[in-house]
Design a protein around this ligand. Structure first.
Ligand code: SF4
Ligand code: SF4
Length: 426
């Protein structure tokens, strides 16, 4: 099926309603208009020129969390998330993009300025720009997070991951098992830098040459989900050209982030669907690009190494499945396989339920929705009685940490890569 043919998608929706009970926004705003079936209906009407893209329609289309729950259950595989991503670009063209989002996307395009901001103590944080609902104005919050004992709050590191390490970290020539590149993602580069530190430790233990490509840019996901397609175009093409200059020299590019890996592996091609030459180039790269736990589990001796370490931690870990890992990339066994060698795993009641992050717009203009979607996740984590919640995704980390804080649940968040590195420590 042509993925972006709204009329055909609208015609193909058989109105069975299977998507409604699993829909993140419908569960907190029970209105047919904010359900997958409703979005599809409205988009069909928009394409037939029967619906104006007015402010109400804008708010409706911006309320989708892009969690892909609906795609997973739809008998006709209708790509609701993708057509919403497309219509958001029409919304951005018609209404423009708010100044604080433009500033954010400008920073994503200009690594050196972002590095400078991070040195000043600025970092990604939940609702970093908060909309004052009464005044309808945006208040930037460039503050460091409140540090509370035993909370899994961001590790403020004034040196980014990419600036901390040399471009090449070489294994001894006689034992070397291969060469991998790290794509780190902006949040692990600036905020959760321990994830990258841990990945370097693991790769060293595995005796792999590590390549840290210094000119990598943001994958473009925040801009893609917002409809800021000029930024997506710039970041995607710059990254593709750069990746092509060194991809043949590595066995794989590994990414300890669900959203960035899904963006590079799948959404670059979706975005480039009407630019065939670029789409082909993105597709060619994707065969070497992997989420970190998937590549480590399928291509190295890491699991055996963890088992042989004999370490058994008392802490109980519960694993949350990021939407961009399980639903988009089918990755859920691999992190659990690795973690269970050293930790007691306890499943939460619905690990597949979206955490409620939802992207930049949700985290700023619709934070009430993000909070409402986050509360059930915090409750199910509390019910496991685990001490640690893990997910290979910094967006989930930011949202879940905030939800736990507001529900007063004392559980620490760690990326599985951090937990694995701890298990390998001498
Ligand atoms: S992507 Fe998620 S929030 Fe959006 S319509 Fe589908 S299930 Fe609902
Ligand atoms: S599950 Fe698919 S076919 Fe059924 S109502 Fe939802 S979008 Fe339409």
């Amino acid at each position: 099926m042509e993925k972006f043919d709204y009329t055909k998608i609208s015609d193909d929706c058989v109105k069975c309603g299977k998507c409604k009970p699993v829909c993140t926004i419908f569960n907190i705003n029970q209105d047919e208009a904010t359900s997958p079936r409703g979005f599809i209906d409205l988009l069909g009407a928009y394409k037939r020129d029967e619906l104006e893209l007015d402010k109400t329609a804008k708010e409706i289309f911006e309320s989708c969390f892009l969690c892909t729950n609906c795609v997973e259950v739809c008998p006709n595989d209708l790509p609701t998330d993708m057509i919403i991503e497309q219509v958001r670009s029409d919304i951005a063209k018609k209404y423009g993009i708010a100044w604080y989002k433009r500033l954010f996307f400008f920073l994503l395009r200009h690594r050196k300025i972002m590095d400078f901001m991070s040195k000043l103590g600025w970092m990604f944080q939940t609702c970093g720009i908060k909309i004052d609902a009464e005044k309808k104005s945006a208040t930037p919050r460039f503050s460091l997070p409140i540090v509370k004992k035993n909370r899994a709050l961001p590790y403020a590191d004034s040196v980014s991951f990419l600036n901390k390490y040399p471009e090449n970290i070489r294994a001894k020539e006689d034992v070397k098992k291969g060469r991998v590149a790290i794509f780190i993602g902006c949040m692990s580069n600036y905020t959760y830098t321990k994830t990258g530190d841990s990945l370097v430790k693991i790769l060293k233990k595995l005796e792999l040459d590590i390549f840290i490509p210094k000119k990598q840019l943001c994958c473009g996901a925040p801009a893609y989900f917002t409809g800021a397609f000029d930024t997506v175009d710039y970041l995607t093409k710059k990254n593709i050209e750069y990746f092509e200059s060194w991809i043949d020299s590595v066995d794989a590019v590994i990414i300890p982030e669900a959203t960035c890996s899904a963006m590079i592996n799948q959404d670059w091609e979706h975005y480039l669907h009407n630019q065939p030459e670029w789409k082909e180039r993105a597709k060619k790269l994707s065969s070497k690009i992997f989420m970190a736990t998937k590549w480590l589990e399928n291509n190295t001796d890491l699991k055996d190494m963890l088992a042989k370490s004999g370490k058994k931690f008392d802490q109980m870990v519960t694993y949350h499945d990021p939407c961009h890992a399980k639903k988009m990339q089918g990755i859920w066994k691999e992190p659990r396989e690795l973690l269970k060698q050293n930790y007691v795993l306890k499943e939460m009641s619905d690990s597949n339920r979206c955490c409620g992050f939802g992207g930049v717009t949700m985290q700023t203009e619709r934070f009430d929705f993000a909070r409402a979607a986050g509360a059930p996740k915090a409750a199910m984590i509390r019910d496991t009685k685990a001490q640690i919640v893990s997910a290979e995704c910094s967006a989930c980390r930011m949202q879940i940490t905030d939800s736990l804080y507001h529900a007063d649940v004392d559980v620490v968040f760690k990326n599985p890569i951090e937990l694995i590195a701890e298990a390998l420590e001498d």
